[in-house]
Design a protein around this ligand. Structure first.
Ligand SMILES: *[C@@H]1O[C@H](CO)[C@@H](O)[C@H](O)[C@H]1NC(C)=O
Ligand SMILES: *[C@@H]1O[C@H](CO)[C@@H](O)[C@H](O)[C@H]1NC(C)=O
Ligand SMILES: *[C@@H]1O[C@H](CO)[C@@H](O)[C@H](O)[C@H]1NC(C)=O
Ligand SMILES: *[C@@H]1O[C@H](CO)[C@@H](O)[C@H](O)[C@H]1NC(C)=O
Ligand SMILES: *[C@@H]1O[C@H](CO)[C@@H](O)[C@H](O)[C@H]1NC(C)=O
Length: 435
């Protein structure tokens, strides 16, 4: 090895232990305020960064008439150090956009912006008091501009009414801001070509096909009969979508016989989703039932299913179940794993195993691990399904072969636990057939 790489290697080795992990302020905020309510202050959480990372502060203020949108993200970053910088992306008259960015490594909590005041003070300046002749609808909202548009006189110098949507993605932020207001130019150019602000990608569109509004909300419900009885599935929220997004509604049902759970999400899709509607049965009776409904659609508020019957109507009618001679613990837990002393149930005829595992569900405003125990006839509930509608799925399953015959509850449980251990040993020894 030549001396230079050797030195570099030594350098790395010698430097690593000395390189301190920084502690940074952490947090996100995305909200529209009344300009009269500013300045706004915040109390962030904290995070210990990976070695080598810096702390970052990013704030974007969009001012539109009486309203101000605030998008804030603080946390760790790989980015290089950067002195505090205020950038005026759009100066008005009319709508203005100003951002603050800072990346530092000089000490813990160096991303210490805790107030809008320093950035607000450097915005383009109050719009001229003298109103012009133009009037425009004015709206600034992450929930779309449906009911909350007011018409205002524009400041002098305004020549156009602006109608667009700004997208912010990254640094823990994922939001779309609908903007209608007064502008002094005709271009769709609030961001003046900026594509990134701190850790966020920013985008802008004035194409009405990108102004979709969708119902928004998540649902988690557990009960004994959700596979039989439809329940309400409405949401109170509305969300403004961004470029390329459509509306989605996704519903997942898990029924282990004695208990059932529904997990649902409504909102905007990821960019690029195509209109579709799919109902799937991932695991069918006898034993645990896992079924889902997923719809993507591209008209305003089209994700409007109001009941879980959209899924239940596609399920096969429940067959009369004949008890077999297997017993299993039965549990479905939408927010966490099942305990080791779930109630035992007698399995229906046709099932061959006790299932004990969990399913990770991510997306559409949800991040959860759902514990499942019950009677099954195959080792997987999802059969490698990776996505259901807006959800990313991951199954952590432990298949436990059936005991020789229906053993009573306490011994059965002990047996199951012991067998689980020996299965793990077999896997380690290379005899892993079903892992
Ligand atoms: C803003 O604040 C003023 C004064 O408090 C109030 O009259 C007005 O309704 C508020 N507007 C919005 C959009 O909150
Ligand atoms: C917009 O960008 C151009 C070129 O990058 C720059 O010259 C101009 O000053 C910017 N305008 C505003 C309002 O920031
Ligand atoms: C905000 O930051 C300033 C300067 O960094 C500090 O003096 C002040 O105490 C902070 N305020 C709060 C409420 O944390
Ligand atoms: C930002 O855009 C870049 C380039 O298009 C992409 O690689 C990256 O994943 C985007 N980041 C986020 C958080 O969307
Ligand atoms: C699981 O998926 C594979 C293909 O991905 C398919 O061939 C098989 O029939 C499925 N099994 C069940 C039980 O649905």
């Amino acid at each position: 090895m030549s001396p230079a790489p050797l030195l570099a290697l030594l350098g790395v080795i010698l430097m690593l232990p000395g390189e301190q992990a920084l502690v940074c302020h952490l947090g996100t905020l995305e909200e529209v305020w009344n300009a009269s309510q500013l300045p706004v202050q915040w109390t962030p959480k904290q995070i210990t960064c990976d070695s080598g990372q810096g702390c970052q502060d990013t704030l974007v203020l969009t001012e539109n008439g009486p309203l101000v949108s605030l998008v804030l993200t603080k946390g760790c970053t790989e980015a290089r150090d950067q002195e505090p910088r205020v950038t005026q992306h759009q100066t008005g008259p009319g709508i203005s956009v100003v951002s603050y960015t800072h990346v530092c490594r000089q000490g813990d909590f160096c991303n210490d912006l805790n107030d809008t005041a320093p950035v607000w003070a450097q915005r383009p300046g109050p719009t001229p008091a003298a109103p012009g002749n133009l009037r425009c609808p004015v709206c600034l909202s992450t929930e779309g501009c449906l009911g909350n548009v007011v018409e205002e006189s524009c400041p002098s110098g305004s020549t156009q009414c602006y109608n667009g949507v700004l997208g912010f993605r990254g640094g823990g932020i994922s939001t779309n801001l609908r903007v209608q207001g007064c502008m002094f130019q005709s271009a769709c150019n609030l961001l003046n070509g900026t594509r990134e602000i701190g850790p966020m990608n920013v985008s802008e569109s004035c194409d009405p096909k990108d102004f979709l509004n969708c119902h928004r909300g998540t649902k988690i419900q557990t009960s004994s009969d959700l596979a039989q009885k439809p329940v309400e599935w409405s949401t109170s929220g509305v969300q403004a979508c961004g470029s390329g997004q459509v509306c989605q509604e996704t519903l997942l049902l898990i029924d282990v016989g004695s208990r059932s759970t529904l997990v649902g999400s409504k909102g905007c899709s990821e960019a690029g989703a195509q209109d579709s509607q799919v109902t799937s049965i991932h695991s069918r009776p006898p034993g645990v039932l896992v079924a889902s409904y997923a719809r993507f659609c591209s008209s305003n508020l089209c994700n409007a299913a109001s009941s879980s019957s959209v899924l239940l109507n596609s399920l096969p009618p429940p067959a009369a179940s004949v008890p077999g001679n297997l017993q299993c613990p039965a549990c479905v837990q939408p927010l966490g794993t099942c305990s080791q002393n779930s109630p035992m149930v007698t399995c229906p005829k046709g099932t061959t195993h006790c299932y004990d595992g969990s399913i990770d569900v991510r997306g559409g405003g949800l991040t959860t691990t759902m514990g499942v125990q019950g009677c099954v006839s195959s080792s997987s509930l999802l059969n490698h399904t990776k996505t259901i509608g807006i959800f990313s799925m991951h199954e952590n399953n432990v298949e436990v072969p059936s005991p020789p015959d229906g053993v009573a509850s306490a011994p059965a449980l002990a047996w199951v636990v012991v067998l689980g251990l020996s299965l793990a040993l077999w896997c380690g020894g290379g005899f892993c057939l079903s892992c």
